[in-house]
Design a protein around this ligand. Structure first.
Ligand SMILES: [Zn+2]
Length: 91
């Protein structure tokens, strides 16, 4: 039988929901600050958030993982994820 069907499950650091890894966005905490890692390949301490749930991008919810960098991370998420959905040309 093929065993290529295994789906890794990860937990969102903000809402604690368990979801397939590919539905979540990985974030890596580097010495320079938190970095979004859509490919999931960067080395380092990583955590996951729901990219489709703005409530999971709140600074307060990220603090557990990012500590003092939580605000920076929250802003990065809102910038990157928020603008994906709101990509309407303003004409
Ligand atoms: Zn979440």
């Amino acid at each position: 039988m093929s065993k290529g069907k295994h789906i890794p499950i990860r937990q969102c650091m903000a809402c604690r929901q368990r979801r397939p890894k590919r539905e979540l966005l990985r974030i890596v905490l580097t010495p320079a600050g938190p970095v979004l890692d859509p490919t999931g390949r960067k080395p380092g301490r990583g955590a996951y958030v729901c990219p489709d749930n703005p409530a999971c991008w709140a600074e307060k919810k990220l603090r557990r993982f990012a500590g003092a960098k939580a605000l920076e991370l929250s802003q990065a998420l809102q910038l990157v994820l928020g603008s994906v959905k709101a990509s309407k040309p303003s004409t």
